[in-house]
Design a protein around this ligand. Structure first.
Ligand SMILES: [Zn+2]
Length: 310
């Protein structure tokens, strides 16, 4: 069969499955697989891919992985009960092999109330993970399904690696690597605006804890204010980030990016500060009111200050 005819045939298969793909994506969005809670979605994907290519293999993340020099995780959730899945489409023989990788975990909903209720609006489907990275999982499924339906079988093996904990340090991908899975090529199916990218920056995540020491308002000099100390650290980080961005310019494959090598400040980790009189992550403070000032004036002053710093 001619190459272009074959491509048309595959394309036809893909477009004919649009509704199925939408439904699959909606069903995946509805499973809130926040990093560390991937068990249910992996189980579902195991069943789904199993029907297509068979041989769904569970790839556990061993606790020993935590001692690996390359290990990083922004969460500390036991690995038990959420094995990763690997799906193998056997090739006919001697061709080059390929890994298609996508991650099943999503970031938390933040203040998005119905993040896990998929909503179709026009030709767009909204929900947490709709793009990153559940659309990739559906695309991989759709690709394999369409190729099979078009009567194509690859010469080399095609593996699908569905990973956990991508959003918080990529420990899942590390588990696959350490388990020894290899191929001639890897396509990491991250959303990149439909462009193929041949390079990727690394990512460093950190948490800084600043210890304070509680003291009575009237005895401030005996205490240590963690927020004041943290402000100095944040200021240094801002300058460090500017430096990283400047130093990151000029890398041949990153020239089109505004921030080729951004520094990373995890503002939402602010609650990890041991704040002066902190309670449940909400910084509490106090304001002295000089004798000549009414209480109300003092209160207005602090709320203005809070509004300014919001
Ligand atoms: Zn992603």
């Amino acid at each position: 069969m001619q190459h272009s005819t074959l491509i048309d045939k595959v394309r036809q298969q893909i477009f004919g499955r649009r509704t199925d793909a939408e439904q699959m994506l909606a069903a995946l969005i509805a499973i809130p697989s926040i990093s560390g809670q991937e068990g249910a979605v992996q189980q579902k994907l195991c069943d789904t891919f199993d029907r297509l290519v068979g041989t769904c293999e569970l790839i556990p993340m061993p606790e020993s992985l935590r001692a690996d020099p390359a290990f990083a995780s922004g969460i500390n959730v036991p690995f038990a009960g959420r094995p990763q899945t690997r799906h193998l489409w056997k090739g006919t023989g001697a061709g080059r092999s390929l890994i298609l990788a996508a991650h099943v975990d999503v970031v938390g909903p933040g203040d998005w109330e119905d993040a896990f209720t998929p909503r179709l609006q026009g030709d767009r489907l909204y929900g947490r993970g709709a793009v990153d990275d559940k659309s990739a999982i559906v695309s991989v499924f759709l690709a394999l399904q369409s190729l099979q339906a078009a009567g194509i079988r690859p010469a080399g093996d095609v593996q699908v690696h569905l990973t956990n904990e991508e959003e918080v340090g990529m420990a899942g991908a590390l588990a696959f690597v350490r388990a020894g899975f290899r191929a001639d090529g890897v396509l990491v199916c991250e959303p990149t605006g439909h462009h193929l990218r041949v390079a990727h920056r690394g990512c460093l995540q950190f948490t800084i804890e600043v210890a304070g020491k509680q003291a009575h308002l009237g005895r401030k000099r005996y205490g240590v204010n963690a927020i004041e100390k943290a402000a100095k650290i944040i200021d240094a980080l801002v300058r460090y980030e500017d430096r990283l961005i400047e130093e990151g310019r000029g890398y041949p494959m990153f020239e089109s990016f505004e921030y080729p090598r951004p520094g990373q400040r995890r503002n939402h980790q602010g609650r990890r500060l041991l704040l002066h009189r902190a309670r449940q992550g909400h910084p509490r403070g106090g304001s002295g009111v000089p004798p000549a000032q009414e209480h109300e004036r003092g209160r207005t002053g602090t709320s203005r200050c809070r509004a300014r710093n919001r």
